[in-house]
Design a protein around this ligand. Structure first.
Ligand SMILES: Cc1cc2nc3c(=O)[nH]c(=O)nc-3n(C[C@H](O)[C@H](O)[C@H](O)COP(=O)(O)OP(=O)(O)OC[C@H]3O[C@@H](n4cnc5c(N)ncnc54)[C@H](O)[C@@H]3O)c2cc1C
Length: 202
């Protein structure tokens, strides 16, 4: 199946990326309509172990699991995003015709790929990716992928979250996922894009 964007990793950054992409629909922007997005995830987000008391706007005492479920619900309210539990093992090709291969034996085509698989390791076979030590991690052995400073690894390939060098804080990781979504939407639009809603006049 062919997708516009395949996101590898369904944690803080991957889901935030998917939410922003999905939220661009229904606004009369022809370049945002009828897009298909896929999140491939192995279900091992760091959020599964977290208790959030310091995430802005999120009620204190919210568990990471609860927040993951809430963000997925938010994404589903827009539609256009498929979720599959599978491990990505290889990515080949280039912008417009990436092939994303999984351990389960599936192959997905994608115009864009977003790597959002966390900083514990990067074992996906992927051309043009340079994996280096993560300088923002308090623990040794964590990795990141080099990018151009605006999360582009090479044409069509973006990196988000801790794998992009964000500090391990929910909002830092989520923010990079949002920025990657905005960068992709801006490529489609051919101009800088933001997605804002305003309250209806009452
Ligand atoms: C114990 C703990 C407590 C924390 N407490 C707080 C806190 O109080 N406040 C705060 O702001 N932050 C906290 N954090 C940090 C926050 O959870 C992380 O910064 C955030 O989850 C990182 O987001 P990410 O998207 O980069 O990675 P993750 O959320 O880890 O998501 C990466 C996803 O990629 C998937 N994946 C990996 N490899 C593949 C593959 N090959 N194919 C498909 N999927 C793959 C994983 O299964 C995972 O779901 C805490 C973290 C931990 C561990």
């Amino acid at each position: 199946m062919k997708y516009d964007v395949v996101i590898v990793g369904g944690g803080a950054s991957g889901l935030s990326c998917a939410l922003t992409l999905a939220s661009a629909q229904g606004r009369g922007w022809e370049w945002a309509e009828n897009r298909r997005y896929l999140v491939l995830d192995t279900g091992r987000s760091d959020m599964n172990r977290a208790l959030f008391n310091n995430v802005p706007g999120v009620p204190q005492g919210t568990t990471g699991k609860e927040l993951l479920d809430k963000i997925k619900e938010q994404i589903k309210s827009y539609g256009g995003v498929d979720f599959k539990e599978d491990k990505v093992v290889k990515i080949e090709g280039e912008k417009g015709s990436f092939k994303v291969h999984t351990e389960g034996g599936s192959t997905y085509e994608a115009q864009f790929v977003v790597l959002a698989s966390g900083f514990h390791r990067f074992e996906i076979e992927c051309e043009g990716v340079e994996v280096v030590d993560n300088p923002k991690s308090p623990k040794p052995g964590r990795v990141m992928i080099k990018h151009d400073g605006d999360f582009k690894v090479r044409d069509g390939l973006y990196v988000a979250g801790l794998l992009s060098g964000a500090s391990s804080m929910f909002t830092s990781a989520a923010g990079t996922g949002v920025q990657v979504a905005i960068n992709i939407l801006s490529e489609w639009a051919g101009k800088p894009v933001v997605i804002h809603d305003v309250p209806e006049e009452g």
